[in-house]
Design a binder for this molecule. Structure first.
Ligand code: SF4
Length: 348
């Protein structure tokens, strides 16, 4: 999943990318290159008991470890129950076969009319703008996604953009991945230039975890192309626990807001990470302090390898009702499930 060739945007960009490869890079690119990729190193750096290493190796073989140093620094050493660690530490349980948990739980492979494009909902379409992530979250519903089949050639990429040009019912493009912000700014800027030239497109939505896991990603080069586009800008962050929001993340959010970006957050309800009212309330409070609106709380998509994170619906409803007793309405995320074939997320 993590070594596939990124999508090329246009011939001239390939030439530019060569230049970019020899140009000095931003510090975020160094941090991205130096993410922890070895499960044993992860355990050792966090002073975990060696008993965790066997499962870590097995889970890593199914879905590789990736943890940025900036994220690692927020994890408590010696605590296997740390809510951030649980999101990134491979476990033996990932090898379990559990009924109902499958490789493509959202049936995305049935909604890819063009390479790199997913069109499930009216009015909006999603581009797989990068096949890689800075962090590999163990519960990810795309942990088995065939990125190799969705890395268009230059010619295919033009036909993907043509699809957007010829469907004027599409008003919003969502950049997803992988993590779209794992792509170089030069490539993203070129893509956004092509998108904003399509008259019927109004909004650019970016789903990213990079401002959270490597806050230095929000640098001047990114703010330049993002702040300059005519498209309305929405960024949906992915934060599951208040402990993920340190001062650097707050500063990154400030920079995005100053560039005119509306910030929303979606979380996943995860056993052992945020499946209690205190954790969910603290997350909403911390999000609003950072200027980010809580948007969705997703129940887990039933992807194989992640069943140990599942929280039953009845418990999810009890938690959200208890949360409602604690928080003002604007701090309440919507508890939803994505059901393949439905025209929108389904409230629980
Ligand atoms: S950052 Fe998002 S796409 Fe990447 S592994 Fe985590 S949840 Fe999946």
């Amino acid at each position: 999943m993590i070594t596939r060739t990124p999508i090329a945007v246009h011939c001239e960009e390939v030439v530019s990318d060569v230049a970019a490869a020899i140009a000095p890079e931003g510090d975020w690119q160094r941090q991205l290159r130096e993410v922890i990729r070895d499960p044993i190193t992860l355990c050792q750096r966090l002073a975990l008991d060696p008993e965790w290493m066997v499962g870590a190796r097995r889970g890593h073989a199914l879905f590789p470890v990736r943890v940025p140093e900036a994220y690692l620094s927020r994890i408590t050493h010696g605590d296997p129950g740390d809510p951030l660690l649980r999101q990134v530490l491979p476990l033996e349980a990932e090898s379990d076969t559990v009924a109902g948990f499958i490789d493509d739980p959202l049936e995305e492979r049935d909604h890819t009319p063009k390479p790199g494009l997913i069109h499930k909902y009216p009015g909006r379409a999603l581009l797989i703008a990068s096949p890689t992530c800075a962090i590999n979250c163990r519960y990810c519903f795309r942990r088995h996604f065939p990125y190799a089949d969705n890395a268009p050639s230059m010619r295919e990429w033009d036909t993907t953009l043509d699809y957007l040009r010829h469907d004027d019912s599409i008003q919003e493009v969502i950049l997803s991945g992988g993590d779209p912000l794992a792509s170089p700014d030069r490539r993203l800027a070129a893509l956004v230039r092509q998108l904003e030239a399509i008259p019927h497109l109004k909004r650019l939505r970016i789903h990213s975890r990079l401002p959270v896991v490597i806050p230095d990603r929000i640098d001047a080069a990114l703010l330049d192309w993002l702040g300059g586009t005519r498209l309305q800008k929405v960024m949906v962050l992915h934060i599951n626990h208040a402990q993920e929001i340190d001062g650097a993340v707050v500063d990154a959010c400030e920079r995005l807001k100053a560039a005119g970006v509306t910030l929303l957050n979606q979380s996943v309800l995860l056993r052992g990470v945020n499946d209690d009212v205190e954790a969910l309330a603290a997350l909403s409070e911390r999000l609003i302090e950072a200027g980010v609106l809580p948007y969705y709380l997703h129940v887990l998509d039933p992807v194989s390898g992640a069943a140990h994170f599942d929280v039953p619906d009845a418990e999810a409803r009890r938690l959200i009702n208890a949360l409602r007793q604690r928080l003002a309405g604007f701090l309440m995320p919507r508890l939803v499930r994505e059901i393949p074939g439905e025209q929108s997320k389904t409230p629980l």
